[in-house]
Write a protein that binds this ligand. Structure first.
Ligand code: AVI
Length: 329
């Protein structure tokens, strides 16, 4: 049952990935050279569950490092933004990170609205349940893409106090540089002077650590990646032989990104019926499924400044080599 201080708002038209959209994207991106599939399609229900498992792996230190920073500094961040009226989290997931932040703050005497924006109704339900247990909060769950959530935020009347926007988990790293710049600009435009953005970014670290994070010994990340083929088989009638494709993680130092690929282990033909597509894969040919850009602290601040923010403070977790940056609008 939904707690009394929780509302759910769904902008279903923005959220639903129809079979036709998926088929059109698969047809378009698999025809490119190199062949590609957009990483947003990794997150069907099984893919989302596998991603949650990745976050618990000892080799994927993003989640643990960020949670440590939020626990250590969350209270100070929130009190710095007095009078805070609202926290908006883009990609709230299961709400764990916001809960870590709120737990480290002093008990509130003034109300706080929590607006959670996520495309997953299951994640929103879990997060809303966990967060509505905090005193003095009202939780608003928005089933929406980031972009639609930002658009709605920018067109709403100003909150009674300041707004803190959270974009955590190094989700910004899954945009290419132009996409990240456009996203930060849209975030800046949705906020008002005095509001702030807290941005979580994974940092460049030794290649062996990066490759262990994206090609873990348990094979969870490999399953996360190969599940994209399972999804195409199920939803689009693809006749992929899963044994013919293997997971590959590569560090591209020049572009400062880890890339995930699906490598064809032999020459083979694949038909994807609902995308009306026949592909001949050569041995060693790959499908590029994700980029995960890694940053140095100075470039994070520079990108925020270019988008119109004023970076105020940055915290680093040395163990995970992860950063949180607070920037004011
Ligand atoms: C969601 N995103 C920030 C993750 C990342 O690190 O790029 C997705 C992921 N891919 C493989 N492992 C985790």
């Amino acid at each position: 049952m939904r707690p009394a201080n929780t509302r759910v708002q769904t902008d279903a038209a923005e959220v639903a990935v129809t079979t036709a959209d998926f088929a059109a994207a698969v047809r378009h991106f698999l025809a490119q050279q190199p062949r590609q599939l957009p990483s947003r399609f990794l997150y069907d229900p099984l893919g989302s569950a596998l991603f949650d498992a990745i976050c618990q792996l000892p080799w994927y230190r993003v989640t643990a490092g960020e949670t440590r920073l939020l626990t250590q500094h969350g209270g100070a961040i929130l009190s710095h933004l007095h009078p805070l009226a609202r926290i908006v989290e883009l990609g709230a997931g299961n709400g764990d990170k916001l809960a870590a932040m709120l737990s480290s703050a002093l008990p509130r005497t003034t109300p706080l609205d929590l607006d959670l924006i996520d495309i997953s109704p299951a994640a929103l339900a879990t997060a809303s349940r966990a967060l509505s247990a905090f005193d003095q909060v009202r939780v608003f769950a928005h089933e929406s893409s980031y972009e639609a959530g930002l658009h709605r935020l920018g067109s709403e009347p100003a909150a009674a106090g300041r707004t803190l926007m959270l974009f955590l988990g190094s989700n910004i790293g899954n945009y290419d540089p132009d996409g990240a710049a456009a996203f930060l600009k849209q975030a800046r435009e949705a906020l008002r002077p005095g509001d702030a953005l807290l941005l979580g970014t994974d940092l460049v670290k030794p290649e062996t650590d990066l490759l262990m994070a994206y090609d873990d010994p348990l094979g969870v990340t490999a399953a996360f990646n190969r599940n994209l083929l399972v999804r195409i088989k199920r939803e689009l009638g693809g006749d992929f032989d899963l044994d013919g494709f293997t997971h590959r993680a590569v560090w591209n130092g020049r572009a400062s990104r880890v890339e995930m690929h699906l490598l064809s282990t032999r020459a083979q033909r694949v038909r994807i019926a609902h995308a009306d597509l026949d592909i001949a894969f050569g041995e060693g040919e790959h499908i590029w499924t994700e980029s995960s850009y890694k940053f140095v602290p100075e470039t994070v601040a520079a990108r925020l400044s270019e988008a119109g923010f004023t970076p105020r403070e940055q915290w680093l977790d040395r163990e995970a080599q992860f950063s949180l940056t607070l920037a004011e609008a």
